[in-house]
Design a protein around this ligand. Structure first.
Ligand code: SF4
Ligand code: SF4
Length: 308
């Protein structure tokens, strides 16, 4: 048994362990999605990642109106509308999951379950050969994986022991005291920057960007490989000025690569399933001109630019 295997039995709430992922770092990877995030971005495509606790999701379009959930709910949270459809009163739902078990139409599911480091690592190591052959590895994302620093530290130690390449995908809104303990175990950081103006950043994500930009600079100075990621949202952060300031910031601190993540609305139906409001419902798709303009501007600062 290695030191890493003498684990604490600590658990974290995970909402997905996605094998054969190709968009979260180099090669074929396993991406571990942690639940819980200090940001709440307007465009978040994984709204189930925002709260740390497991949550019941209800997909009303799949409901066949059998009302088994109405009878089963111990809190009377499932109600029948005049038209016969079912809705969930989130003010009394405790996310106990009882209704998920009785719904034979698969209109309900639980997002997130507590897992041990052993359980997560067992899944990760199944694909060791793929990692070796493709230059891949494991990516810890979310949500925000750094909200579980002890769990993440143990999991990264396990990966190190088996020579599995390690990457974290972070929003950067984490105390430096936490990041500096994790980073020596990380080979690549995917680091999101959403807006260069702190007031606008706050409007879009709920928090200012000072800590995030400070952490980006510190990671660069520490020498850990880092790729900046910019979710490009039409009308919110794709203006020329914001892109120029981002290019200038990266050039000034010697950061060399940025990945543009064009806006999409793939997670929209999950908002309804969680009883959340999707405030960007009327937003048009990102224009190709906007992407090419961002690529051109960022390239003019000598950056390696990728569109994902
Ligand atoms: S998760 Fe529990 S409390 Fe919520 S609707 Fe289902 S049975 Fe009721
Ligand atoms: S148990 Fe499932 S299918 Fe039946 S009413 Fe409830 S959500 Fe709809």
């Amino acid at each position: 048994m290695t030191n890493a295997e003498a684990n604490s039995g600590k658990k974290a709430v995970i909402f997905n362990v996605q094998r054969y992922s190709t968009e979260d770092g180099p090669g074929v990877r396993t991406t571990v999605f942690f639940k819980g995030c200090p940001l709440s971005c307007l465009w978040c495509s994984n709204p189930e990642s925002q709260q740390a606790k497991p949550q019941m999701m209800y997909f009303s379009k799949t409901c066949v109106q059998c009302y088994a959930c109405v009878k089963a709910c111990p809190n009377g949270a499932n109600k029948i509308k005049d038209d016969g459809s079912v809705w969930v009163d989130r003010s009394v739902c405790t996310n106990c999951g009882v209704c998920v078990k009785v719904c034979l139409a698969d209109a309900r599911s639980m997002s997130g379950k507590k897992m041990t480091v052993d359980e997560v690592f067992d899944i990760i190591q199944k694909d060791s050969l793929y990692y070796i052959n493709s230059g891949g590895g494991v990516t810890l994302g979310g949500g925000e994986c750094t909200t579980e620093p002890e769990f993440v530290g143990e999991l990264l130690d396990r990966c190190y022991d088996r020579a599995i390449h390690t990457c974290i995908d972070t929003c950067g809104y984490t105390p430096w005291s936490v990041l500096e303990k994790i980073l020596p175990k990380v080979e690549l950081v995917l680091f999101d920057i959403k807006h260069m103006d702190t007031e606008k950043h706050k409007e879009l994500t709920g928090v200012g960007n000072e800590l995030i930009l400070e952490n980006a600079v510190k990671i660069k100075q520490m020498g850990t490989r880092m790729i900046i990621r910019l979710p490009l949202i039409p009308g919110y952060n794709d203006d020329e000025n914001n892109i120029k300031v981002m290019g200038w910031f990266m050039e000034s601190w010697g950061m060399d690569r940025i990945d543009i993540l064009p806006y999409h609305r793939l997670g929209e139906n999950k908002y309804d399933a969680l009883g959340m409001n999707y405030s960007l419902g009327d937003l048009p798709n990102l224009a190709k001109d906007s992407i090419s303009r961002a690529v051109k501007i960022l390239g003019s600062y000598g950056l390696e630019v990728h569109v994902m």
